[in-house]
Every structure is written in structure tokens, then in C-alpha cells.
Design a protein around this ligand. Structure first.
Ligand SMILES: [Mn+2]
Length: 163
């Protein structure tokens, strides 16, 4: 199955439109917060499930809790915005939290920097910001192929929003 990851859209619905229009072969969307109305907007554009968590610019709700666990294709995914784990300084606390949840994949945002990290059997995946990137000029999102018993396979896509 292929999951789409977007995060830190920060109210940029043009970016959400851009991604929804280009990422066709996706089975599930995950939005890692900042801001949850953007994830609601994505829901209105697509007819597949959208799961999200709240960011530090959002309020937690039943629809967008602080964190969630998803069991997909034999993988246990821990979803969090990441600000509670000081991810701007180091992924260490994030990996610790994922390990406590028995997750083999943790998906996060907040840093606005795309990452694909591996630490002792746990993958940490960040699609970067679809609106305000801090790693390159171009914003980004990710498509990740998930298969049972295989590592997640990430595809980072840089956007050409304003060209
Ligand atoms: Mn944030």
C-alpha cells in the first residue's frame, strides 16, 4: 500500500490542492499537524482516509489527537507532530517514544526538514513542510510504499508551487 505524507502546510491550501492533484495512486493520507484545518480541507478533496494529529499551532481534538498509533501492513506506525520530543534538536527522544510504543516506524513533522532516518530497527520519516521548507527552497511531501516484512520505501517529492 502507498501512504501519502504531508505536514506543516500552515494554511497553504494551494499546496494541499497541488499535492492532492498530483498524488493519485495513494491509499491513505497522513497529516502531521500545523494546521489541522488543512487536513480537514484535504479530506474534502480526496475520497480515501485522512488521518492526522495536531501540531503545536493546533488544539487537540477527537479527530486530531496529540498522537496516534496505526497498524498498517504489519507495521506499527507512531504518528506525532514531534514538538513534544524536541525534534528540532535531535531525533533521540522521538526514537525513545517510538520504542516505548513498540512502533517500527515513527512519522513526524515540525522541523520543516525532510528526513528518513534509521535507528536500531526503527524508521523515522518526516516529509518536510509542504508550505515553508527550511531545508531547500522548494516545499515537499512524501509518498511511502509500505509492504509487510519490508522496510518502508520513501519517495520525497519537491514541489514547484510558484513557477
Ligand atoms: Mn510545528
Amino acid at each position: 500500500m502507498r501512504i501519502g505524507l504531508m505536514s506543516d502546510t500552515h494554511g497553504n491550501w494551494e499546496a494541499v490542492d497541488y499535492i492532492a492533484a498530483r498524488a493519485k495512486r495513494v491509499d491513505l493520507w497522513l497529516h502531521m499537524g500545523d494546521c489541522t484545518p488543512d487536513a480537514e480541507y484535504l479530506k474534502s478533496l480526496v475520497d480515501i482516509p485522512v488521518y492526522g494529529v495536531c501540531g503545536n499551532c493546533d488544539w487537540a481534538s477527537d479527530t486530531f489527537p496529540e498522537e496516534r498509533i496505526l497498524d498498517i501492513e504489519g507495521h506499527r506506525i507512531f504518528l506525532t507532530h514531534g514538538h513534544n520530543y524536541s525534534v528540532r534538536y535531535s531525533p533521540d527522544l522521538l526514537f525513545d517514544a517510538a520504542r516505548l510504543q513498540n512502533a517500527d516506524i515513527v512519522i513526524y513533522g515540525h522541523t520543516h526538514v525532510a528526513e528518513f532516518l534509521l535507528d536500531d530497527g526503527i524508521y523515522a520519516i518526516n516529509p518536510g513542510s509542504a508550505s515553508r521548507p527550511r531545508d531547500e527552497d522548494r516545499p515537499s511531501f512524501m509518498l511511502v510504499d509500505l509492504e509487510k516484512d519490508n522496510p518502508p520505501e520513501p519517495h520525497l517529492i519537491r514541489m514547484k508551487l510558484y513557477e
